[in-house]
Design a protein around this ligand. Structure first.
Ligand code: NG6
Ligand code: CA
Length: 507
């Protein structure tokens, strides 16, 4: 009954014609698989123009679905982008949503409307596998006990996570509230202040490292790599970076296998291609670009494993598969891994300027692809302006769960856009990287006075200036010409729009 209602509601929302509708009626409500890569830039994969690395599985998604050319993460770093993805709200509205340390409390309060929560209400079984980075617990975490609240308290039935990032302690995996493989006789302690007595660190013992840091990352040594922060104990539970791809895809495909006959939502938050880039030996040397390129190859293999699991279970046509990334690319993000030296002619951000941490386009303009055979036209390209913040309302609409109007969300229902049926996306959106930028049509304004222009450690142009900047991102996608002086009226208009968005998400 509910299924029938949802389907009818969906047809109305999607504005489908009768012919298409009959096709849809034959389909079940789709499973949803969201593959979310880490630090993968607009130009890092084959179907977005890369040629120095082969990504056949990612290219297969584009070939069988729609590829967006103007899709955005909400922020140029991980935590705020993930916050927006899961809550449908711009993270800059809430204090404390910047890059989190590995011992930070959960920043999405249980009870808040979330993407997995909405899908769970629609009858989906929901799971997250991979990088979390939204905090855990409500205060000081005891890593040896029940770790809660976390993903399971904000809408996920199942979780298997890297708590923060691969370069932050604690370097252990957590499955549904518990550290995996923890020996109670060797309890874990974590500190972001100081090393534990007797703990060997990367700072004091560089000779013990298999990959040296370039900046930061000189704390706890785990698997021959020093990290941000310090940890003691949990020896048996510590991860081996080179095994991430195998372990995480195994958990993801087990989830698919186990839920083959019920609707499910799988959020696969890949650890690639974040630092430390330590791909499995199978991928080492596969690109000629060193660990960064080889990590892209590993990511593509992981995507292939998930596509295969869907196919093996006969679910390809019953699944809406999405792929995107949390922020733009960076070469040197703190380890000497040859990313800068060996990048060659590869353009991680395509034509765009900046990268991770930047207010220029490369910070947030990321790949986004959607595949749903029979519903989304194969091999199509959409220029629509879309934000990852829209997935909550859009997937809610797809599954018949309209978020309450009172939720005050920034999320827009772009279902017809996501299915490639119209190129008319959002009217405007914001991009966040310390400063806020607002995009409307061809124009982008970056507010002034928010920070330095350049980060010498990562080599990133941050896109900051003491005064507001204005770019025509259609005619000048590389943001080479600041035309704020030529068009003061546009700066005024976009500043007013930004103020309006800041005041009220509904505008
Ligand atoms: C930075 C780290 C960087 C990376 C980033 C988070 C240093 C010097 N740099 O603070 O290596 O971990 O945080 O990346 O420590 S993100 O993709 O999770 O946002
Ligand atoms: Ca990231």
């Amino acid at each position: 009954m509910a299924d029938k209602l949802n389907r009818r509601w969906f047809l109305r929302q999607a504005g489908l014609g009768l012919a298409a509708a009959s096709g849809l009626q034959a389909a079940r409500r789709p499973n949803i698989v969201l593959i979310y890569a880490d630090d993968v830039g607009y130009g890092d994969i084959g179907c977005y123009g890369a040629s120095a690395v082969r990504t056949p599985n990612l290219d297969r998604i584009a070939g069988q679905g729609v590829r967006f050319t103007n899709a955005h993460a909400t922020s140029a770093t991980c935590t705020p982008s993930r916050f927006s993805l899961l809550t449908g709200e711009y993270a800059w509205r809430q204090q404390g949503t910047g890059i989190l340390p590995g011992d930070a409390p959960l920043i999405i309060p249980p009870g808040k409307l979330t993407l997995p929560g909405i899908l769970r209400s629609a009858g989906y079984r929901t799971g997250v596998v991979g990088k979390w980075h939204l905090g855990l617990g409500a205060g000081k975490i005891d890593w040896n006990g029940e770790i809660t609240p976390g993903p399971n308290e904000i809408g996920f039935d199942y979780s298997f996570i890297i708590p923060a990032t691969p370069d932050r302690v604690p370097c252990v995996l957590v499955e549904n509230h518990r550290v995996v493989n923890l020996d109670p006789a060797d309890p874990i302690s974590v500190s972001y202040q100081q090393a534990f007595p007797g703990e060997l660190t990367g700072h004091d013992h560089p000779e013990l490292l298999k990959m040296a840091p370039s900046h930061g990352h000189d704390g706890a040594i785990v698997n021959g790599v020093s990290r941000i922060g310090f940890m003691r104990g949990g020896r048996q539970a510590r991860w081996v970076d080179e095994n991430f791809a195998d372990i995480l895809t195994r958990k993801a495909t087990d989830f698919v296998d186990a839920h083959r006959s019920v609707p499910f939502f799988l959020y696969y938050a890949a650890h690639e291609i974040h630092v430390p880039r330590m791909p499995n030996p199978r991928f080492v040397g596969s690109t000629g670009m060193g660990p960064r390129g080889d990590s892209i190859a590993e990511l593509d293999w992981c995507v292939g494993r998930i596509l295969d699991a869907l196919e093996r279970n006969g679910l390809t046509r019953d699944t809406l598969l999405l792929f995107s990334s949390d922020n733009g690319p960076v070469l040197d993000d703190g380890y000497r891994d040859q990313a800068v030296e060996r990048v060659g002619t590869h353009k991680p951000a395509g034509v765009y300027r900046g990268g991770k941490y930047s207010n220029f386009e490369a910070g947030t303009r990321v790949p986004l692809m959607a595949r749903w055979p029979g519903q989304i036209r194969a091999d199509s390209v959409s220029p629509a302006l879309v934000s990852q913040v829209d997935l909550l309302a859009t997937l809610g609409a797809l599954t018949g769960q309209a978020p309450p109007a009172a939720a005050g969300l920034d999320s827009r229902n772009l279902l017809p856009v996501l299915l490639g049926r119209t190129p008319r996306g959002r009217d405007s959106l914001t991009e966040y990287a310390g400063a806020l930028a607002v995009v409307q049509g061809d124009w982008k304004m970056i507010e002034g006075g928010k920070g330095p222009a350049f980060n010498p450690q990562t080599g990133t142009e941050l896109g900051n200036s003491p005064v507001p900047q204005l770019y025509n991102i259609r005619t000048d996608p590389a943001e080479k010409m600041d035309v704020a002086k030529e068009h003061p009226e546009l700066v005024t208009r976009l500043s007013a729009l930004l103020e309006k968005i800041k005041r009220s998400p509904k505008d």
